[in-house]
Design a protein around this ligand. Structure first.
Ligand SMILES: Cc1cc2nc3c(=O)[nH]c(=O)nc-3n(C[C@H](O)[C@H](O)[C@H](O)COP(=O)(O)OP(=O)(O)OC[C@H]3O[C@@H](n4cnc5c(N)ncnc54)[C@H](O)[C@@H]3O)c2cc1C
Ligand SMILES: *[C@@H]1O[C@H](CO)[C@@H](O)[C@H](O)[C@H]1NC(C)=O
Ligand SMILES: *[C@@H]1O[C@H](CO)[C@@H](O)[C@H](O)[C@H]1NC(C)=O
Ligand SMILES: *[C@@H]1O[C@H](CO)[C@@H](O)[C@H](O)[C@H]1NC(C)=O
Ligand SMILES: *[C@@H]1O[C@H](CO)[C@@H](O)[C@H](O)[C@H]1NC(C)=O
Ligand SMILES: *[C@@H]1O[C@H](CO)[C@@H](O)[C@H](O)[C@H]1NC(C)=O
Ligand SMILES: *[C@@H]1O[C@H](CO)[C@@H](O)[C@H](O)[C@H]1NC(C)=O
Ligand SMILES: *[C@@H]1O[C@H](CO)[C@@H](O)[C@H](O)[C@H]1NC(C)=O
Ligand SMILES: *[C@@H]1O[C@H](CO)[C@@H](O)[C@H](O)[C@H]1NC(C)=O
Ligand SMILES: *[C@@H]1O[C@H](CO)[C@@H](O)[C@H](O)[C@H]1NC(C)=O
Ligand SMILES: *[C@@H]1O[C@H](CO)[C@@H](O)[C@H](O)[C@H]1NC(C)=O
Ligand SMILES: *[C@@H]1O[C@H](CO)[C@@H](O)[C@H](O)[C@H]1NC(C)=O
Ligand SMILES: *[C@@H]1O[C@H](CO)[C@@H](O)[C@H](O)[C@H]1NC(C)=O
Length: 632
């Protein structure tokens, strides 16, 4: 295995074109500020050793020492506070270094700035994604942080950094990214990339790390006529790393085009979202967000700034579109296709058990919807729904919206009629609110927007179900029985009908599961005592999610039949995550990882190549990022 990697490396070295910037697309201003050999020559020898590039990286086969850990604060050789201050004072770092405090530090005495009013504001806003997004280190899933500083009304309790990085570079130029990355690599310090902090698995966290915070890279440019080296001709956006879905949606509306963002407006567009694939309400026309990317500007593990596109480092371009965040490089911007605007019909409604509607009738009606997924997906539609178990043991189906791009109210009604008619024939009462919007953004705003985050009440996971389950009645029966059983056992479940397929006919690393699916479901195991859960309670919830909820779904949607799990919203303890998250692409991804990051500069839990590492976080009952990062 290792030998064949070596062979591949040699072949690739010959083909490598150094630092070629693709085509005629102008760089953003902040991308023109790059670290040069001339800049480095101005520095002291000591600083050169910290800040210098590693042009041998691409050449070496760095096996790493088994058991060796990345350097952490407190270790001999970890740069002293004084050294970090000296870095900060150089003209290149230019005061952008932050020694971060936990977001909730004003709630505690230990950081020396207890502030009741600030603490109250943080506590009240904890579920608001923008609070975490504006913070250099905070994450929206505190359970994977280690719960070392939650906002609580006890100022004398402990509040520690836990998995929050030790230092952050508040980057606003490519040179800043290069310096931070070079320091981390040259010193063998753990590197973290944080954009918004939405990651479900704690992938934008890391104890003792140096973090690159991309949030302030906000440039966004509309290109009316773009010609890419993959043959695409049409409009496009050039999108900086810190731009959110909301910002690109608003720009798209101003330019009368549609883009492939997701459903939560505060998620970043050019970070974890597209690198993980990115599922979008427009998937029925344009596939996954990653399918729409034409070029990626990034800083690779050696510290060099390059463009990856169809003709420039095509292997890296293939991998970064679906092969995950924090694995291939630090993205500074992407070019993404923009599509003509189209009208959208959106419909919301709900129904529940009660009165004459028994649970059996509820499931009969809901089953009709499931049976129609092939027809609905072939009509380019998408839907997002929840099935709740209410406190009074009633069941409720809530269609958040049904999303029908390119439809008229009449064509939508005709498409959905078999289901609606059936529900009515069963006596199920519901009142759809169906609206036609002239373009994407008003429809989006009317139906989606902010979601609540930051809770420690449960552990989420998901499963992607293949279309073949709809093509064989026996498989459909088993799948539906498993899903119904999850709900009847008391679990709330969320879901989508959607079929991204490969509608733009591109070749990238998006998991093969997305190419075959008709539906994607989210399950959640509740955590007893939430934020105060003990190790035993955590283990119980992990087991419930991994075995009781996701186990039966895995059985009816196995990887061998293109079942899988979406890596961006997954159970961090998912067994066999390589195949489950990355589908048939994993082996090729692992080879490309070895070539571009032989020293393991980029790490994130469940990222490609991460099986070579472990985070020694003690016994929390789930994987947190609160521990040393060491080679297995
Ligand atoms: C409420 C909510 C709704 C969501 N809705 C959707 C949806 O509709 N569709 C969908 O597909 N997903 C959705 N997601 C999942 C979302 O795509 C992932 O959480 C994604 O990883 C977020 O990326 P980020 O850059 O905003 O977050 P971060 O947590 O900052 O980063 C996520 C990962 O990407 C890495 N990363 C960030 N920036 C860069 C960069 N510039 N270069 C390299 N690596 C980078 C980080 O290191 C980390 O590993 C949702 C998540 C939440 C919490
Ligand atoms: C790039 O070049 C092509 C053809 O040479 C041209 O059509 C296109 O407009 C150019 N794009 C930009 C952004 O300048
Ligand atoms: C890379 O490897 C080649 C072949 O072994 C060698 O000639 C070259 O000097 C190496 N480059 C660097 C930067 O180490
Ligand atoms: C350094 O930072 C200041 C603002 O803090 C900015 O005005 C200046 O342009 C920066 N210099 C460089 C070389 O980036
Ligand atoms: C870096 O310098 C800036 C500007 O002088 C300062 O605000 C910041 O606190 C410094 N960071 C560290 C870690 O010392
Ligand atoms: C916190 O500690 C201080 C000093 O030891 C003490 O005066 C105060 O009463 C304590 N507060 C609480 C809420 O326990
Ligand atoms: C980060 O840098 C930006 C400028 O790029 C500045 O506006 C912002 O205040 C800085 N944030 C922090 C927390 O230092
Ligand atoms: C990508 O570039 C290659 C040349 O390297 C070209 O042959 C191929 O057609 C391009 N791909 C597409 C989809 O145009
Ligand atoms: C917006 O784009 C659509 C689709 O291309 C077109 O039909 C419509 O006329 C455009 N609207 C405006 C105001 O330009
Ligand atoms: C429930 O069923 C009874 C008897 O069939 C009928 O009279 C009544 O109208 C039904 N109620 C509802 C709400 O449909
Ligand atoms: C989401 O929250 C932000 C900030 O709190 C707010 O400006 C925005 O209008 C909200 N969006 C929606 C669709 O409610
Ligand atoms: C966790 O414990 C804290 C401190 O005792 C308490 O304020 C909080 O309500 C508890 N949370 C839960 C979910 O039990
Ligand atoms: C039904 O669900 C329960 C709880 O989620 C689980 O333990 C059980 O294995 C499931 N049974 C089947 C047949 O899927």
């Amino acid at each position: 295995m290792w030998r064949s990697h070596l062979l591949l490396l040699i072949v690739h070295v010959v083909c490598r074109v150094d630092a070629t910037l693709f085509s005629n697309v102008t760089l953003f201003g902040y991308e023109k500020a790059q670290l040069t050999d001339h800049d480095l020559a101005q520095l002291s020898a000591e600083h050169q050793a910290y800040f210098g590039f590693d042009d041998s990286a691409i050449n070496t086969t760095f096996a790493g020492v088994s058991g060796a850990c990345k350097l952490a604060p407190g270790d001999d050789g970890f740069p002293s506070a004084r050294t970090w201050e000296e870095f900060n004072a150089t003209s290149i770092v230019n005061g952008t270094l932050i020694a971060p405090k936990p977001l909730a530090s004003p709630c505690y005495n230990s950081w020396g700035e207890y502030n009741e009013r600030k603490c109250a504001a943080i506590t009240a806003n904890w579920m608001n994604p923008y609070l975490h997004e504006a913070d250099p280190t905070s994450s929206m899933f505190p359970l994977y942080q280690g719960r070392t500083c939650l906002p609580r009304p006890d100022p004398n309790a402990t509040c520690e950094l836990g998995s929050y990085p030790k230092y952050v570079m508040n980057v606003s130029t490519v040179a800043h990214v290069q310096i931070a990355l070079n320091i981390a690599r040259n010193m063998d310090i753990r590197l973290v990339i944080k954009n918004t902090g939405h990651d479900f698995l704690g992938k934008s966290l890391g104890a003792g790390a140096l973090s690159i915070w991309t949030h302030n890279m906000k440039d966004l440019q509309f290109i009316a006529n773009y010609k890419s080296d993959s043959g695409y001709e049409g409009s496009a956006f050039k999108v900086a790393a810190g731009v959110t879905v909301r910002e690109i949606y608003q720009a798209a509306e101003r330019n009368n085009v549609t883009v492939t963002g997701g459903i939560c407006e505060s998620v970043g567009f050019a970070g974890g979202y597209f690198t993980g694939g990115g599922h979008t309400p427009m998937s029925g026309y344009y596939g996954m967000a990653a399918d729409n990317i034409e070029a990626v500007n990034l800083v690779t593990a050696d510290g060099r700034f390059i463009t990856a596109s169809n003709t420039s480092h095509p292997d890296l371009f293939w991998a970064i579109r679906g092969g995950g965040g924090s694995t291939w490089g630090v993205v500074t911007s992407v070019i993404v296709r923009a599509h003509p605007n189209m009208p959208i019909v959106a419909s919301t409604f709900s129904y529940s058990t009660g009165g004459n509607i028994t649970k059996e009738i509820f499931w009969q009606g809901t089953r009709k919807f499931w049976e129609m997924f092939p027809t609905l997906a072939d009509a380019h539609t998408y839907s997002y729904f929840w099935i709740y178990v209410l406190p009074n043991d009633q069941l409720q189906f809530q269609m958040v919206p049904f999303w029908a791009p390119g439809h008229t109210i009449e064509s939508f009604n005709k498409l959905i009629a078999p289901w609606f008619d059936y529900l009515r024939s069963l006596g199920i009462q519901f009142t759809p609110k169906t609206t036609l919007h002239h373009s994407f953004y008003p429809a989006y705003n009317d139906n989606w927007g902010n979601e609540t985050v930051g809770a420690s009440t449960g552990l989420p996971g998901n499963r992607i179900f293949p279309r073949s389950n709809w093509e064989c009645p026996e498989k459909f029966e088993r799948m539906f029985a498993a899903i119904k059983n999850t709900s009847m056992s008391g679990h709330t479940l969320g879901g989508y009908h959607q079929a991204p397929q490969n509608r733009l006919n591109v070749d990238n690393a998006v998991s093969s599961a997305f190419r075959h699916t008709l539906s994607f479901l989210i399950g959640m195991a509740l955590l007893e005592d939430g934020e105060n859960a003990t190790q035993a309670q955590m283990q119980k919830a992990v087991k419930e999610l991994t075995e009781d909820i996701l186990g039966p779904w895995r059985d009816v949607a196995p990887e061998s039949e293109f079942g899988g799990s979406y890596l961006n919203e997954a159970n961090v303890m998912e067994p066999g995550w390589q195949r489950s998250f990355y589908g048939t692409q994993y082996e090729r991804l692992a080879e490309i990882k070895k070539k571009w990051d032989p020293k393991g500069v980029f790490y994130a839990t469940t990222a490609v190549g991460s099986e070579e590492w472990e985070v020694r976080d003690g016994e929390w009952g789930t994987q947190t990022q609160n521990g040393k990062l060491c080679r297995v």
